[in-house]
Design a protein. Structure first.
Length: 299
């Protein structure tokens, strides 16, 4: 490969003189990153290729030395394209992170939960001894999920404020980042708001969206006020569909599994232990209980 000086000498001297381009050529070809690229490919690059690719080299040099709002978040990169030096723009780390967050947010649907849960990351969770069992179980699920999307979920039980919702949010965001459709809903508010779907006949659509999500997370189950209809025809239908299709389902509750059945027995107008037992069988089939302990972090 010719030296920079030889390449400059081979360029049209009249044009260089007229437009004062020789200094620009010198600056561009002497750029450290361009020099590194030319030396890296010195056995493949000829002076003719450099002359043919001059506009790309100049654009690369310019992009390195000035901010362009059009290419914000991207960095220029030189590469060999047959017998020419070509230019492409690749996302930098901040852009990659921005795209990942946008993709995660797109695939995680929060229903009656704070939008701030979109920002929760498991890597930020305090790995205390009281949380170790839950974090280990979540880690195992996530590691196996890409190859096995039909796993049993988890039932996180524990007192108020120990971080059950936070851990589930971290899990939800990580699955959503894989491009899977995730629904995370607050059960008491969801149940209380079902009547709003009667007005526009959207109830079945909402039940289908929850039932068919790749991963479903039900927060604070057991705190809702149930009617026979909401227990049997909504919650029961959703859990049955997920059980039939072996779709991962996660729960958080202040009740231990053994106590949740008692809650399901009593609705507004009746007590029905058989229906409660049937619903609990679905919960047990879908999820394994893990206790989360620790202080109330809300205080």
């Amino acid at each position: 490969m010719q030296s920079i000086g030889d390449i400059i000498n081979n360029l049209n001297p009249e044009i260089a003189k007229k437009h004062n381009l020789e200094q620009i050529y010198q600056q561009v070809l002497a750029d450290e990153s361009i020099q590194q690229f030319l030396n890296q490919h010195k056995d493949q690059i000829t002076s003719e290729m450099i002359k043919k690719s001059w506009s790309n080299l100049y654009e690369y040099y310019s992009a390195q030395h000035k901010q362009d709002p059009v290419t914000a978040g991207y960095r220029p990169e030189l590469f060999l394209n047959h017998h020419a030096i070509d230019l492409r723009y690749v996302p930098d780390e901040s852009k990659i992170e921005q795209n990942l967050r946008a993709n995660t947010k797109k695939h995680l649907h929060l229903i009656n939960l704070p939008q701030t849960l979109h920002d929760v990351r498991l890597s930020q969770a305090d790995a205390t001894s009281e949380r170790s069992s839950a974090l280990t179980a979540i880690g195992k699920f996530l590691a196996a999920y890409p190859q096995n999307p039909h796993q049993k979920g988890l039932y996180l039980s524990g007192s108020f404020g120990v971080g059950k919702t936070y851990l589930l949010a971290g899990l939800a965001n990580q699955v959503a980042a894989m491009g899977k459709q995730v629904v995370f809903l607050h059960v008491p508010t969801f149940i209380a708001g079902l009547s709003s779907h009667f007005e526009d006949n959207s109830l079945q659509k909402e039940i289908d969206r929850v039932s068919q999500a790749d991963v479903l997370l039900l927060d604070d189950i057991g705190a809702e006020t149930l009617s026979q209809w909401s227990r049997d025809d909504v919650l029961g239908v959703i859990l049955q569909a997920r059980m039939d299709n072996v779709l991962p389902t996660f729960f958080s509750s202040n009740f231990a599994m053994a106590d949740l059945e008692e809650h399901f027995k009593e609705t507004k107008n009746a007590i029905d232990p058989i229906k409660a037992k049937r619903l609990m069988e679905r919960v047990r089939t879908l999820a394994k209980e893990v206790v989360v302990a620790g202080p109330n972090r809300r205080h």
